[in-house]
Write a protein that binds this ligand. Structure first.
Ligand SMILES: [Zn+2]
Ligand SMILES: [Zn+2]
Length: 288
């Protein structure tokens, strides 16, 4: 019996010592138990765009007591630049470059733009955010958008003119008739190619497009009266074939008294340029 008590005593002591040692271990191996007094968390491994970092804090009572915790990965901070403008038929693309590391790049698609009316297009243009203002948008228009527009209402020209801080290039494929004043006053246009299949450019169709520097016109297009007047820096006109008729003042130059006199010679194929335009002297378009 006494032996049994002794054995129990030894076992009890062993258990007590064992628990004490366990407690020590749980405290980080320190001999004296205490409530940790943690210092501030400090970053020991910086988080990157894709990998977590780590923070550590140290006990003020025993520097061997430390704790760590992960810091979430930062994620990329992309700054987006439009590289391919969307059109009405095809998606565009933006390239993102990470502000934390320029070697991190990606792309994202910009949904193709669809319009059913010229007014819709104007609304879309107006809604583009500021950092896209200097980007050329290619806009494809349907025949219905252009037929018979006049300058007396919200026509194509006026709608685009209202968005004159946006540079707009035009995809006119499929168009057969450009209505009168269709792009009258579209000061955002810098160039326009009239596609094959167009048979008529209405009067004043591109009048006052004063950033227009060049245009290409296929064979067989009747050019209406004043179609390109006041395009004051238009210095290159290419006729890809014979032009059956050119209306009065079709290429009238500056705001004074100069104009492009129509005659049969000027209706023949070739590229016509002028060098003194719109200087206040008799401007002559020369066939190259
Ligand atoms: Zn501690
Ligand atoms: Zn990144």
């Amino acid at each position: 019996m006494k032996n049994a008590i002794k054995v129990l005593g030894v076992i009890s002591m062993a258990l007590i010592i064992g628990f004490a040692m366990l407690a020590c271990d749980e405290d980080g191996g320190g001999d004296d138990k205490h409530t940790h007094q943690w210092g501030d968390w400090t970053q020991t491994t910086a988080a990157t765009c894709t990998e977590a970092g780590e923070e550590t804090r140290t006990c003020k009572l025993d520097a061997t007591h430390t704790e760590t915790r992960p810091v979430a990965a930062l994620g990329h901070d992309y700054e987006w630049v439009l590289t391919t403008p969307p059109t009405i038929v095809a998606a565009g693309e933006e390239k993102g470059t990470c502000s934390r590391d320029s070697s991190h790049t990606t792309t994202r698609a910009i949904t193709a733009v669809t319009f059913t009316t010229i007014t819709d297009m104007g609304t879309w243009l107006a809604a583009q955010d500021g950092n896209r203002i200097d980007t050329a948008y290619a806009v494809k228009l349907s025949v219905g958008d252009l037929g018979g527009n006049s300058s007396t209402d919200g026509s194509a020209g006026k709608t685009l003119k209202d968005n004159d801080t946006k540079y707009v290039s035009l995809d006119l494929s499929g168009i057969t008739d450009i209505g009168s004043s269709a792009f009258n006053g579209c000061i955002s246009l810098t160039g326009v190619t009239i596609p094959a299949g167009v048979t008529n450019i209405g009067g004043w169709a591109f009048s006052g497009c004063y950033r227009l520097t060049e245009t290409t016109i296929p064979a067989g297009v009747a050019i209406g009266m004043s179609a390109f007047n006041y395009c004051i820096i238009l210095t290159s006109v290419t006729f890809q074939g014979t032009i059956p008729s050119i209306g009065d003042n079709a290429f009238l130059g500056d705001l004074r008294d100069k104009f492009y006199a129509t005659d049969t010679t000027n209706g023949t194929p070739g590229t016509y340029t002028t060098t003194d335009y719109p200087v206040n002297s008799s401007s002559v378009w020369t066939k190259n």
